[in-house]
Design a binder for this molecule. Sequence first.
Ligand code: CA
Length: 460
Amino acid sequence: MSEFFKQVSRRKFIVTAGASASAILLKGCLGNPPETVAGNSSTGGTATTAVPVANTSPEQKPETTKVKLGYIPIVESAPLIIAKEKGFFAKYGMPDVELAKQASWGSARDNVEIGSAGGGIDGGQWQMPMPHMISEGLITKGNQKIPMYVLCQLNTHGNGIAVASKHTGKIALRLDGAKSLISQLKSSTPFTAAMTFPQVNQDLWIRYWMAAGGIDPDTDIKLLTVPAAQTVANMKTGTMDAFSTGDPWPYRIVKDNIGFMAALTAEIWKNHPEEYLAMRGDWVDQNPKATKALLKGVIEAQQWLDNFDNRKEAAEILAGRNYFNLPVEILIDPFQGVYDMGDGRKINDKALAAYYWKDEKGSVSYPYKSHDLWFITENVRWGFLPKDYIDNGAAKARELIDRVNKENIWKEAAREMNIAAADIPTDTSRGVEEFFDGVKFDPAKPEEYLKSLKIKKVAI
Ligand code: CA
């Protein structure tokens, strides 16, 4: 190595996004481990964020510097936005990542079907198990099978169930006391709840919560797919009783005095799996190094986000006009685990805030296959997927998960960026999971879990 490059390396060479040519020039020459990014007080001007260049080896040079990722403006998208705005994508050789706000989950699905070459997206943020459903052709046009790869989990927590003000005091995390109200309404105007896309997280959270309280989400209430903004309008006019979605939406309901939060998803299932980064399989197959570079950028953003000292800055970046376009105050409190639930209940518990890198149970970023299996099992529970997915030790579900979940790529990226071995899971299963009602999900025996549930659609 020349004296010049040694000096550069020691000085933590700084480039801006606009000087990425020098970043590329240097990248191949420095053999040191990636440098840690120190806290930066900038509030995220895209072109001016200064980042050190990762000292990646020539064999890690991405095949392309460009990719188009879709996102939905909720806290789940934070690692993608922070990776771009704080320069972490650029640091790993991907200065041209484009983030495209998606109008709805349905349009994200439509856009990934056509890919960026057709004016769509190469991948991005997903509820689960959307990547599996797209891979199986279950929610695509003409049932076309488009292989998708899950690369990492984006976050845990950060979601909740909002309920209209008129039910204050009658509906809470434990629904046992609400059963008579729900059955009363059933004979006139049924309790109406909404989520933003069927068969995925937000639908599954509200269903789990209802069923745990003895309410059958298929027969006792009306459950609809409605865009978040529309739901808020409907709740204002009194035609919507509840909805399940990510921050900032539930929190806005409280701030605007439209309703209250009956439950945080963190209360229903602490450290639960939430949303994921997944890409078109063909893009990953063609760009394996760029895929790992992307993952490294996301991982570093996740680590940055889990430093609570950075969260005010994160809220400022996310709230910006280019991204969520809302008052920053709405994001600041939830990011610290501070929730005014709107019914007199106040939560101030960092353990219930959104996490991006690590939580009490292990890795947040690493995509555990056992979590994919829960989402698929829950789809079987509600009759969205046929029972044969979990027959014979869930062989069909496991085969699908092995095709879609690329945890091995996550591990390669983590090793290349010198993540501590303790932070790289050695098992694709996180083990037995426990919900707020005491129900347990053992990923080794999904059929036993289904048998243990009182309310379900599948005959088992
Ligand atoms: Ca969510």
